[in-house]
Design a protein around this ligand. Structure first.
Ligand SMILES: NC(=O)C1=CN([C@@H]2O[C@H](COP(=O)(O)OP(=O)(O)OC[C@H]3O[C@@H](n4cnc5c(N)ncnc54)[C@H](OP(=O)(O)O)[C@@H]3O)[C@@H](O)[C@H]2O)C=CC1
Ligand SMILES: CC[C@](O)(C(C)=O)C(=O)O
Ligand SMILES: [Mg+2]
Ligand SMILES: [Mg+2]
Length: 341
């Protein structure tokens, strides 16, 4: 069994009273900043003057200097901005203030793995990569739990980089759930694979295909939504608590028979081959190269995709059904005020 770190393996004292600059106040940024503040660290948020996140960070009670100023003030710099902009941010705002003795941290290894950021000797470089979305990192922490995370050290100038990273993970709540040792390479490659093939790409495509199959065959879209989308969470909740076995314990024998006979027809040799290809493109760098190029050339394809996906029938049907279920605390992402731009 792999080595996992829990609360008793980490010393919160190492982050308490330390000056931590969190660059970015998005999904991960708001969660790290608030959890670490609640755990006793001194946190400031680095954001450009015109940032859309500035009002939210200030509203949550943080001082919000510009990124370079935050980096000058900080002992520890956590980079929580979009991966494809981190190299430019690093050159302009971080590197000039990354003096010996400081610590540079990431929540994803992308820029180190693909050589886009090369920190100087004399600083610690580490990563705490939560294995969950940022909004859940905050919500679960407030509920008293934690989201698991991976820890990696790229440079250990001080000799205490790992102990500090684990203290950071404890401040974030991650050691309540378990923190696993890894490398920047292993985290980057597995994370990119997981989100592309399974968690985001795989699941979204599966759900949309199931919904469309039923609707095209003349069934009510609302039934198709409940069957292929809403119930997915209820099924995954069982898997989350007790594995596939517990999920299969709760479903009917008829559903379990469908599981064993349908699954291998949907995920077959062709899909497994595609998964292997996806992994190869991540390992050889061509996937990252494509994503960086898409950003350098204005993200036209990505933005068109984002806009088209919002127009999917499953999104419209789901929005209306969720409105009738206030206990879900629904978020209407199709409302203009919520649009992620
Ligand atoms: N989303 C997640 O749950 C996970 C993300 N990660 C990693 O965490 C990192 C952050 O991702 P995520 O939280 O999704 O990012 P988001 O897109 O949610 O948020 C990015 C934040 O960075 C700000 N920002 C953009 N450019 C700059 C800049 N030049 N200087 C300072 N701030 C800037 C944005 O401000 P504005 O509002 O103005 O755009 C926004 O506040 C990435 O490395 C990602 O891979 C790791 C695990 C999970
Ligand atoms: C699954 C997507 C993710 O890797 C995450 C929330 O863990 C991300 O980059 O957002
Ligand atoms: Mg991830
Ligand atoms: Mg990711």
């Amino acid at each position: 069994m792999a080595k996992l770190h829990y609360d008793s393996d980490a010393d919160l004292g190492l982050i308490q009273g330390r000056r931590i600059a969190v660059l970015g106040y998005g999904s991960q940024g708001h969660a790290h900043a608030q959890n670490l503040r609640d755990s006793g660290a001194l946190v400031r948020i680095g954001l450009p003057a015109g940032s859309r996140s500035r009002a939210k960070a200030q509203g949550d009670g943080f001082e919000v200097p510009e990124p370079a100023e935050a980096c000058a003030w900080a002992e520890v710099i956590m980079v929580l901005t979009p991966d494809t902009g981190q190299a430019a941010l690093y050159e302009q705002c971080v590197a000039p203030h990354l003096t010996p003795g400081k610590t540079l941290m990431f929540a994803h290894g992308f820029n180190i793995r693909y050589g886009l950021i090369q920190p100087p000797a004399g600083v610690d470089v580490s990563m705490i990569a939560p294995k969950g979305p940022g909004h859940r990192v905050r919500e679960v922490f407030v509920e008293g739990g934690g989201v698991p995370a991976l820890v990696a050290v790229h440079q250990d100038a001080s000799g205490t980089a790992k102990a500090f990273a684990l203290a950071y993970a404890k401040g974030l709540g991650a050691t309540r759930a378990g923190v696993l040792d890894t490398t920047f390479t292993e985290e980057t490659e597995t994370d990119l694979f997981g989100e592309k093939a399974v968690l985001c790409g795989g699941v979204s495509a599966l759900v949309k295909a199931g919904f469309k199959t039923l609707v095209d065959a003349g069934y009510q879209p609302e039934i198709a939504y409940f069957e292929c989308f809403h119930e997915l969470k209820l099924i995954v909740d069982l898997m989350y608590r007790g594995g596939l076995t517990y999920m299969r314990h709760s479903i009917s024998d008829t559903a379990e028979y469908g599981d064993y006979t349908g699954g291998p027809r949907i995920i077959n040799d062709a899909s497994r081959e595609e998964m292997k290809k996806i992994l190869k493109e991540i390992q050889d760098g061509s996937y990252a190269e494509g994503w960086i190029k898409e950003n350098r050339t204005g993200r036209a394809w990505f933005e068109a995709q984002r806009a088209a996906e919002k127009e999917e029938p499953i999104e419209k049907v789901g929005r209306d059904l969720r409105k009738a279920m206030p206990f879900l605390d629904p978020v209407d992402m199709l409302a203009p005020s919520e649009a992620k731009v």
